[in-house]
Structures are given as structure tokens and as C-alpha cells.
Write a protein that binds this ligand. Structure first.
Ligand code: HEC
Length: 118
């Protein structure tokens, strides 16, 4: 009986640890993505990705474009525009993290919309 209880407790603890490690990892990459976005993209698209001047809003862009397409598009901009040149340094992994950050903006916005529209 006692042994079974301990067994259950241990597996519960492992489950919780596993879950938190998983969510921490998710948060890590979107947090790093936010830093990358701030350093490489926000001067044109703004930190909240709503865009300004010639740079369009990137809200919802992850629904329309794959990570590969977003990376390719940004790299093309890096060739064309002087102040986007540092983007050339970004790896595919960096773009995955930037896209993670953009997705958090999209899902936050979806929640806001669903709470205001009845
Ligand atoms: C120097 C300003 C500048 C910087 C820096 C910049 N962009 Fe842009 N971006 C633009 C402009 C201008 C456009 C619109 C012209 C175009 O699509 O070719 C654009 C368009 C885009 C689009 C296409 C949006 C659509 O709806 O078609 C994506 C995706 C994008 N940028 C992602 C990024 C990402 C990710 C970064 C950072 C790694 C970045 N951009 C950095 C200026 C910039």
C-alpha cells in the first residue's frame, strides 16, 4: 500500500517536472525570439509587430507564411535595405525562434478578440 502510494507520488512529481520543463523550453525560445525580433526586426516592424511606414504589420503572418518563407523574405530584405543588413547573420534556428515570438503575439491577439467579441 505504502509502496504504491510512493510510486504514484513519484510518477506525479515526474509528470509535473516533465510538463514544466516542456513549457519552460517553449517560453525560452519565444523569449529569445523576442530579443532577436527587437534587435533585428522591431526598428521597422515595431516590437508589437504592428508595423510602421513601409514595413507592414506582421500580425497573423505566421498563418500565411511558413518559417522558411519568412526567413527567405527577411533575407531578401537584408539584401535590399541597408539597415536590415544585420539580418544576414541570423540562422534558420534564429528564425524559428522569431516565428515562435510572432506566434505568441497572434495567439494573444486571438484571445483578446474572442473576449471582446460576443
Ligand atoms: C529596414 C527595415 C526592415 C527590417 C529591419 C525588417 N523588415 Fe520585414 N519588411 C520591411 C518592408 C519595407 C517590408 C515590405 C516590403 C516587402 O515585403 O518586400 C517587409 C516585409 C516583411 C514580411 C512580409 C510581410 C507580408 O505580409 O508579406 C515579413 C514576413 C517580414 N518583413 C519579416 C521580417 C523579419 C522577421 C525581420 C527581422 C528578422 C524583418 N522583417 C526586418 C522592412 C524591414
Amino acid at each position: 500500500m505504502l509502496r504504491r502510494l510512493i510510486g504514484t507520488a513519484v510518477s506525479l512529481i515526474l509528470l509535473v517536472l516533465g510538463l514544466s520543463a516542456f513549457t519552460l523550453k517553449e517560453e525560452d525560445s519565444s523569449a529569445r525570439g523576442k530579443d532577436l525580433f527587437r534587435d533585428y526586426c522591431a526598428m521597422c516592424h515595431r516590437l508589437d509587430a504592428t508595423g510602421m511606414c513601409m514595413a507592414p504589420s506582421l500580425i497573423g503572418v505566421t498563418n500565411r507564411m511558413s518559417t522558411k518563407e519568412i526567413a527567405a523574405h527577411s533575407r531578401k530584405i537584408a539584401e535590399e535595405m541597408m539597415c536590415a543588413r544585420p539580418i544576414k547573420k541570423l540562422s534558420d534556428r534564429d528564425f524559428e525562434e522569431i516565428v515562435e515570438y510572432l506566434k505568441t503575439l497572434d495567439s494573444r491577439r486571438n484571445e483578446e478578440n474572442s473576449s471582446t467579441i460576443r
